[in-house]
Design a binder for this molecule. Structure first.
Ligand SMILES: Nc1nc2c(ncn2[C@@H]2O[C@H](COP(=O)(O)OP(=O)(O)OP(=O)(O)O)[C@@H](O)[C@H]2O)c(=O)[nH]1
Ligand SMILES: [Mg+2]
Length: 395
């Protein structure tokens, strides 16, 4: 099903868009923070069952403090008023923040994000590219913060610190309807103070990358300034829609004993600003920044590390190091080291190939390990399903 997301001609001007855009958004945050409801509100349709309507976990799983993190993917086709289609990949992370030790959760998410980068690295190094290759890089991670009135929790700090260098992290205040106007203001302030104090790498709308290029006019800079002041975006979501009998208009609302709140109402939440930012005004920026900055940094770091490892292993190889040192003016000079400064093209290519080979071998090893892990999980899952079926038979 294709959902129309509104007319965006004015907002999207200057952005060159292809006919169909692939965009990947991850939602993370502690269990029950409203991730599923947010996804449904963003897409204006039921994509993920919220935990209020289904039992995602068996009673045993719920009582297990070490419940595992899962990554759940869904894709939805959206279309704006100009016929531009967005193929939106959503990655939900149920189970995050439910363990006593959350380092495993960070690792699973981090590994996933890095793996998508690795796939690109390998594809780029191929002589013949795979025409069906799918870029699975995560362009934005929306991180749901539960408002406590005390700024960030340790888990929030660790998450952003671990992921912020790899993906555009946008912090959100979840369930903003539970806060008064002044509480919301205070929570935003405390969260931003923590982000600055711990120097957390969140997505920065004021970055030169977006405001100093040729396409950035005063309007863009102004919008970025406004968005940067809005962070963390205060959002609420709902799985309920309500048709206004007077206007015939369908609204997504939260229903309370005293009345209803429209989740898209600009007075009570930043939902619409965030939705426009994600799907219209900054979609290309998120993708460009992912490719040109985040991926590029990762590429340099990874290949640099591979180079270091291959240099270390080369240093251990007698054929390269033996017999190439000579003594001049009483000091030892490595001819291998001197050659590095004056590398000819062929030697550079050879080294680059060596690095990529080492890198590919490492990725292959990682893949095998991950596959074994998945197989073990599948066996566990089959066992749980078998047990549940047996219990159902008993009942
Ligand atoms: N007050 C309020 N409640 C919300 C909001 N969004 C979701 N909820 C409620 O919070 C509960 C959890 O919502 P979900 O969307 O299932 O949260 P989740 O983060 O996906 O939860 P898990 O998948 O179990 O980790 C449900 O009862 C929702 O109705 C919101 O914006 N405000
Ligand atoms: Mg959920």
């Amino acid at each position: 099903m294709v959902t129309v997301i509104g007319n965006s001609a004015a907002l999207r001007k200057r952005k060159t868009l292809k006919k169909s855009l692939h965009f990947t958004v991850m939602v993370a945050g502690e269990s029950g923070s409203g991730r599923s409801t947010f996804i449904n509100s963003l897409c204006d349709q039921l994509i993920v069952e919220p935990s209020s309507t289904i039992n995602l976990y068996s009673p045993e799983e719920l009582s297990n403090p070490e419940r595992d993190l899962q990554l759940r993917k869904s894709t939805v086709e959206l279309e704006d008023g100009e016929g531009v289609r967005i193929s939106l990949n959503l990655i939900d992370t149920p189970g995050f923040g439910t363990s006593l030790d959350n380092s495993m959760s960070f690792e699973v998410i981090q590994d996933y994000v890095k793996h998508q980068f690795d796939e690109i690295l390998i594809e780029e190094s191929k002589l013949r590219r795979n025409p069906r290759f799918k870029d699975g890089r995560v362009h934005v991670c929306l991180y749901f913060i539960t408002p406590t009135g005390h700024g960030l929790k340790e888990q929030d700090v660790e998450f952003i610190r671990n992921l912020g260098e790899l993906v555009n992290v946008i912090p959100l205040i979840a369930k903003s309807d539970s806060l008064t106007v002044s509480e919301l203001k205070l929570n935003k302030k405390l969260i931003m103070e923590d982000i600055e104090r711990f120097k957390l790498p969140i997505f920065n709308f004021n970055e030169d990358f977006f405001n100093n290029d040729e396409g950035a006019d005063e309007e863009t800079i102004e919008l970025n300034r406004y968005l940067s002041k809005t962070v963390p975006f205060a959002v609420m979501g709902s799985n309920t829609t309500h048709k206004d009998p007077a206007t015939g208009e369908t609204r997504r609302v939260r229903v309370y004993p005293w009345g209803t709140i429209d989740v898209f109402d600009n007075e009570t939440s930043d939902f619409v600003s965030l939705k426009n930012t994600l799907l219209i005004t900054h979609l290309s920026d998120f993708k460009d920044y992912t490719h040109e900055v985040l991926y590029e940094n990762y590429r340099m770091k990874t290949l640099g590390e591979e180079a270091d490892t291959s240099e270390i292993s080369s240093a251990r190889e007698p054929s390269i190091t033996t017999g190439v040192t000579s003594v001049a003016n009483g000091s030892t000079v490595s001819q291998h080291g001197a050659a590095v400064n004056g590398l000819d093209k062929e030697e550079q290519i050879r080294q680059e190939e060596q690095r990529l080979r080492a890198f590919e071998e490492r990725v292959q090893r990682d893949l095998i390990a991950k596959r074994e892990e998945i197989e073990a999980r599948e066996r566990e899952l089959a066992e749980i399903e078998r047990r549940l079926a047996a219990e159902r038979l008993h009942d």
